[in-house]
Design a protein around this ligand. Structure first.
Ligand SMILES: *[C@@H]1O[C@H](CO)[C@@H](O)[C@H](O)[C@H]1NC(C)=O
Ligand SMILES: *[C@@H]1O[C@H](CO)[C@@H](O)[C@H](O)[C@H]1NC(C)=O
Ligand SMILES: *[C@@H]1O[C@H](CO)[C@@H](O)[C@H](O)[C@H]1NC(C)=O
Ligand SMILES: *[C@@H]1O[C@H](CO)[C@@H](O)[C@H](O)[C@H]1NC(C)=O
Length: 476
């Protein structure tokens, strides 16, 4: 749709802007074009600074660069975990992705997102939990601002829940050639799905969790407050135990009058927290123990990055799900493996081992944090999205188009209806300038033997830990 038709429209536009400058209260109002369209309202883009924080800056009216021209043409190698992009897309490598495969995912998806000539169109199918969908779309909008004109045309379906929704077993045999393609925040061995960075990288307003760029800095600062050796020598966990049976089981490991499993566990009641201004849930105030427990919730949990970034040794309860980076982390190097079955016993042992081998435990904690702080910098999160979407788009065997009922989204129009933290987080994560450098260089796919060896080595280490534990329990 052409948005600027005639000189009259232009004149009208400038008149509105002029009025806007005079009347402060015009801020935040929707100014719809006279050529408004029922399905996708055409909206005059207000200068960003104005619509986001109400300041009167007017210099950049929709003059955001449309072409990516970095000054610096050298490029660094992407972190190792980018190799999983090849794995997630592997099943379509020989067949490509047909329109039918994308459409087949529609029954599950919360929304369809189309990128066409650098613009984003969204067709919403159902409501997602909190504002996960909004912040995910926001993140993709920012990616397009970071690399203008570089993200190829594509159509994708996105599922916003905690667990994957499409099972592999339903697409075997005669159905094998028609696997639906869906994007989601985590994967599982027996499920299909393309893993995409979760919404919290741009903030989780409902729980007062800041955008990752801010929060990762806060965590880094917080780590300096208490040296590892001065931290409480027990394993800490705080969260909502009611979302999963495994978390309710974990509560049995809490210290009691009768027994000490070396665990200090706390229930998070989000309603009370929000009433009390999130005083007890600030993540950067939770790097106080030498050991921190990670356990999945309904599915994978966004908390893995926060827990791993604490400089404490993470006791990682064997997960069923994986997000986009965790598959490259290694037991005993970045975290301590805890079995799902014997959580209390394993936690007790890990804490005891760590307090006996403080240098080693501290090193594991440090390596986990370093992995997160270095490999999960926001630049890399964007690069991961960039390479994933580019590789995905390369597999598409059809020409993306704007579906009936889709609405074009802009950073301006997305931010406008929001208030409070939602608006603050968007202002904070708005990409103001295109990147100065190229995206990092994608590593090649794993050779299947290398990948098998890597997975096998992780299992060997985990079994090793179990053996230590058995030997230790025999001795005592
Ligand atoms: C160019 O980018 C590379 C890799 O990102 C970086 O190492 C180098 O310092 C940059 N050079 C300049 C002049 O900024
Ligand atoms: C193929 O897919 C359809 C629905 O998509 C399902 O009902 C059927 O059971 C599947 N067949 C096999 C062999 O998995
Ligand atoms: C675990 O025990 C501590 C210490 O007694 C207590 O403060 C805490 O509320 C308990 N946590 C749970 C989830 O019951
Ligand atoms: C820790 O050290 C104590 C005392 O030397 C020993 O009894 C215990 O078995 C050790 N535990 C572990 C897990 O290393």
């Amino acid at each position: 749709m052409k948005r600027w038709g005639s000189p009259t429209v232009f004149f009208f536009f400038f008149l509105v802007l002029l009025l806007g400058a005079f009347f402060h209260w015009v801020d935040h109002t929707i100014i719809t074009s006279i050529k408004g369209h029922k399905k996708s309202p055409s909206i005059i883009e207000l200068p960003l600074k104005r619509s986001l924080d109400g300041s009167m800056e007017q210099s950049r009216v929709s003059n955001y660069p449309v072409i990516f021209r970095p000054n610096n043409l050298s490029s660094t190698a992407c972190p190792e975990y980018f190799r999983w992009i090849h794995e997630d897309l592997r099943i379509w490598k020989s067949t490509g992705i047909s329109r039918a495969m994308v459409e087949r995912a529609k029954d599950y998806a919360h929304f369809r997102l189309v990128i066409l000539k650098g613009k984003i169109y969204v067709e919403k199918y159902k409501k997602s939990f909190h504002t996960r969908d909004v912040f995910t779309i926001w993140g993709i909008l920012q990616l397009l601002r970071l690399y203008p004109g570089k993200v190829p045309d594509l159509e994708l379906m996105f599922w916003c829940d905690d667990r994957p929704v499409i099972l592999k077993k339903d697409y075997q045999g005669t159905n094998a050639t028609s696997s639906p393609s869906i994007f989601q925040y985590c994967g599982r061995e027996d499920a299909l799905g393309i893993v995409f960075p979760d919404w919290t990288f741009w903030g989780w307003a409902e729980t007062n969790v800041s955008p990752w760029k801010t929060l990762s800095k806060d965590l880094k600062e917080a780590n300096k407050r208490t040296k590892w050796k001065d931290r409480v020598p027990y394993a800490y966990w705080r969260g909502n135990p009611n979302v999963a049976a495994s978390r309710r089981q974990l509560m049995w490991c809490n210290v009691s009058d009768k027994y000490d499993w070396n665990a200090r566990l706390y229930k998070q009641d989000w309603r009370t927290e929000s009433e009390q201004g999130y005083e007890h849930s600030r993540l950067e105030d939770q790097c106080t123990h030498r050991y921190k427990i990670y356990i999945e919730g309904r599915g994978w949990s966004v908390s893995d990055k926060y827990i791993l970034a604490c400089d404490s040794m993470t006791l990682f309860v064997k997960p069923e799900y994986y997000d986009f980076f965790i598959r490259s982390m290694v037991p005993l190097q970045h975290y301590w493996p805890v079995s799902a079955r014997n959580k209390c016993r394993d936690i007790k042992f890990a804490v005891e081992w760590g307090n006996n081998h403080t240098d080693k435990a501290q090193a594991i904690g440090k390596a986990g944090s370093k992995f997160i702080q270095e490999n999960l910098k926001m630049e890399y999160v964007y690069d991961y999205m960039f390479h994933l979407l580019t590789n995905y788009a390369n597999l598409l065997k059809f020409k993306p188009r704007i579906p009936e009922g889709a609405v074009e989204v802009y950073s301006e129009t997305m931010a406008r209806p929001h208030r409070g933290l939602w608006k603050k987080f968007m202002a904070e994560t708005l990409v103001n300038f295109p990147s100065d450098t190229l995206p990092c260089t994608m590593p090649p796919p794993y050779e299947s033997r290398t990948l098998e060896a890597f997975i096998e080595s992780k299992e060997t280490v985990t079994r090793q830990v179990e053996r230590w534990e058995k030997e230790n329990s025999k001795k005592n």
